[in-house]
Structures are given as C-alpha cells and as structure tokens.
Design a protein around this ligand. Structure first.
Ligand code: 4NP
Length: 161
C-alpha cells in the first residue's frame, strides 16, 4: 500500500465506518484499492467490539455501499501505521492531536470536511447517534462528497502516477 488512511469519529459505529465503507467503494471504482489502505477507529471506548450502527448499515445498503467492521479505539501506534488520520469533527481532531506522539504526527491529523468542495454545514460531519434517520442520510452525503475530494488530494499529493 502506498498510502494508509484512518478515519476517526467518537464511537466508531456511525460516521467513521461509513467513511471507511464509502472510501473503499470509491477506491474500488477507481482501481485504487491495492494502493490505498483504509481503516477506522473511535476516540471513545463505549462501543468497542460492536458492529456499525444498524442505521448506518441501512443507509449504506440503500446506496449500495457495505458498512462493516468491528469498533475499536484509536491507539498511539495508529500514528505509526497511518499516513493520514482523518477526523469527522473538530473534537475528534483535537483528541487525536492531544495524543499524537510528535509534532509531525499531529500534523497528519486532518478534518474530513476539509476535502468537501461544498461544505454547506460547516467543517464537521455532525454526530448522528442521538438523532433520526435523516442524520444518517446527511452523514452519508457529506462523507461521500468529502471522500471524493480526499481521493483527488491523494492523487495530487500522495500517489505517484
Ligand atoms: P460515531 O457516533 O462517533 O459517528 O460512531 C456515535 C456513536 C456513539 C456515541 C456517540 C457518537 N455514544 O455517545 O455512545
């Protein structure tokens, strides 16, 4: 793998597994799945060992994207394993920067919405956990637009021709 990307949210059951599934789907469509590795993790530990939230899985199924995985908490070693740590919201990004083992590591923390060309709702992917199904549709759309932008960024700055 040329680039390794870790998506990070709070619980690792809603937003970051959605980003992981959407990114894997888009990478496959562009024949980049052998060049870019993707994984996801949460800053919190409440849901460790759980599958993605059924509402996230249902939203993926509606759109033909499989949302899978088992929740795990982010660890300091993730800064060794991944080139980019992509946070869903500002709180997740602050947590990652706080545990980063070096300034170089902290500089590899980015916000997913930084790659969204539209950014109509601000820089965060809003936490959908305590809301309704609309929140999951919203998350999916923000994540998809951002992942397309992230792939463009990877092509421009992280992948050789
Ligand atoms: P996620 O959503 O961070 O997108 O996976 C959440 C899941 C669980 C909780 C919060 C957010 N929780 O507080 O349990």
């Amino acid at each position: 793998m040329e680039v390794r990307v870790l998506f990070v949210c709070l619980g690792n059951i809603c937003r970051s597994p959605t980003a992981e599934g959407v990114m894997r789907d888009l990478l496959g469509a562009e024949s980049l799945e052998q060049r870019v590795a993707v994984d996801s993790a949460g800053t919190g530990s409440w849901h460790v060992g759980s599958a993605p939230d059924r509402r996230a899985r249902a939203e993926g199924a509606r759109r033909g994207v499989e949302i899978t995985g088992t929740s795990r908490q982010v660890v300091v070693d993730d800064f060794e394993e991944f080139d980019l740590l992509v946070a869903m919201d500002a709180e997740n990004a602050a947590h990652l920067r706080a545990i980063a083992p070096s300034q170089d590591a902290a500089a590899r923390v980015v916000m997913l919405r930084a790659f969204d060309p539209a950014t109509p709702h601000g820089p965060d992917v809003p936490d959908p956990y305590y809301g309704g199904d609309d929140g999951f549709a919203d998350v999916f759309e923000l994540v998809e637009a951002s992942c397309r932008g992230l792939i463009a960024e990877l092509r421009a700055n992280h992948l050789s021709e």
